[in-house]
Design a protein around this ligand. Structure first.
Ligand code: LLP
Length: 428
């Protein structure tokens, strides 16, 4: 079993020293529970693996995975930077205490007011297109700004087509064969291009495509350095580091991964005579994915043409199984390691047939009232949640040494309507 979890002396699922059943009882379900120590450990593991190979190394945590302020604050304390993809993420990162210089804004299809917001906030700008460059130059205060570009290295990887961000079909980045010209243009317009970036996709467990992208990006950086005279302060290989979702999937050997990437990086720096820039990566899932659990209670056991276990969460709380067909392991909170005795479907409470957390899943006996834990709900779970079907968003709690704190209150029905206005003519 490669999934990260603990069982307590009562045989129940333990989250950061708290009993999952008690958390479900105290805070209600559905409930997201974050294990603070696991977030810190994950960050430290990846940071150490790389920085022991190359000291000038910086992580930019991909905030989109989980933007809860407490999570952001933990990463701020650990020394991370932030990969922000929208003004909302910049706003959140600033509020969490990140210095603007530790925030890299990698927007795509950004409006000019959004560009202005990022520029005024003083964050690092990572541009996705020449259009962005040409609009940025017209903004007051843009002159002399340090910028970087996202490059499509024509290598892509990821757990699903939707999550592959390099290659011919990808909307992201500038074309690698135009990089020299674009960096030159940026300099001519008075910018200081000091960085280069790529991100090839998400949910990568095989190091090979990542290594290939590193090679390509370094070759592009080399050409930009030699032909456009750019001095790089940082080179950023993006995120994408995968985690096991099924019990059998391998755990990424992060030390080996770091060794291989850094070796390639050093060779290429030397080949092109680039002066040791900061090496950056942008993991999101790797840091928070297995640090959070979605607790949900079984309200219906139903034998129809198939056997369904119906729970009080739905794809509004965890979209990944419906959107990507992703596997999320499910445990019964009072017997996480029990042997499966049956194959069932675990269905949510949204009015769509695609609202399934699992189809034909081997599970132990499950009865109404049981609490289930949907594992790996830390990344792209709450951050992709919605109020679909007029379901208020669930609460989030964080646990450290057995102590739980609510870090986002459960929404109310009033929250569903709080931004709506009824035109006066309807109120007659
Ligand atoms: N950097 C950039 C520029 C990104 O676009 C992303 C993710 C990351 C870093 C972080 O990737 P990670 O390390 O978390 O794999 N909703 C999908 C994932 C979409 C990821 C989009 N970009 C899912 O649930 O699998």
């Amino acid at each position: 079993m490669n999934l990260h979890f603990k069982t307590n002396e009562r045989g129940n699922l333990d989250i950061g020293g708290a009993d999952a059943l008690e958390l479900a009882k105290e805070y209600g379900t559905p409930l997201y529970v974050i294990d603070e120590m696991r977030v810190r450990d994950n960050y430290q593991r990846v940071h150490q693996a790389f920085s022991q190979e190359y000291a000038d190394f910086q992580i930019f945590y991909a905030a989109k995975a989980n933007t809860n302020l407490a999570v952001m604050k933990i990463l701020e304390q650990e020394g991370s930077g932030i990969d922000a993809v929208s003004p909302g993420e910049i706003y959140t990162a600033l509020l969490a205490g990140f210095d603007p210089d530790r925030i890299l804004f990698t927007g795509n299809n950004v409006t000019t007011p959004e560009l202005k917001y990022a520029l005024d906030a003083g964050v690092r700008m990572n541009l996705d297109s020449v259009s962005m460059l040409e609009r940025l130059v017209k903004l007051p205060g843009a002159e002399g700004t340090k910028i970087s570009f996202r490059v499509n290295p024509m290598v892509g990887a990821g757990h699903h087509d939707h999550c592959i961000t390099g290659g011919k079909l990808s909307k992201f980045g500038i074309m690698e064969h135009e990089a020299v010209e674009i960096y030159q243009k940026a300099q001519d317009l008075g910018f200081q291009p000091v960085g280069i970036h790529t991100h090839i996709g998400s949910g990568i467990l095989d190091p090979e495509p990542f290594k290939l992208a590193v090679e390509v990006l370094m070759d592009v950086a080399g050409r930009v350095h030699q032909d456009a005279g750019v001095k790089f302060e940082f080179i950023d290989f993006g995120g994408g580091l995968g985690i096991p979702y099924t019990p059998e999937e391998p755990v990424l050997d992060i030390e080996q991964f770091a060794r291989e990437i850094v070796a390639l990086y050093r060779t290429k720096l030397q080949e092109y005579g680039i002066d040791n820039p900061t090496m950056c990566i942008e993991p999101g899932r790797y840091i928070v994915g297995d640090a959070s659990y979605l607790l949900t209670r079984v309200n219906t056991v139903k034998q129809s043409y198939r056997k369904f276990v119906g729970v009080d969460a739905g794809f509004n709380t965890l979209l990944r199984p419906t959107m990507y067909g992703s596997y999320h392991h499910i445990m019964v909170a009072d017997k996480p390691e029990a042997t499966p005795t049956q194959n069932i479907d675990v269905a949510g409470n949204v009015c769509e047939s695609g609202d399934l957390f699992a189809r034909d899943r081997p599970v132990p006996e499950i009865k109404e009232g049981d609490v289930l834990s949907i594992m790996n709900a830390g990344a792209y779970a709450f951050s992709m949640a919605s109020q679909y079907n007029s379901r208020p968003l669930p609460a989030e709690v964080i646990v450290m040494n057995g102590e739980a704190d609510v870090i986002r209150e459960k929404e109310t029905y009033a929250d569903l309507l709080s931004k709506q206005n009824v035109p006066l003519r309807f109120l007659k």
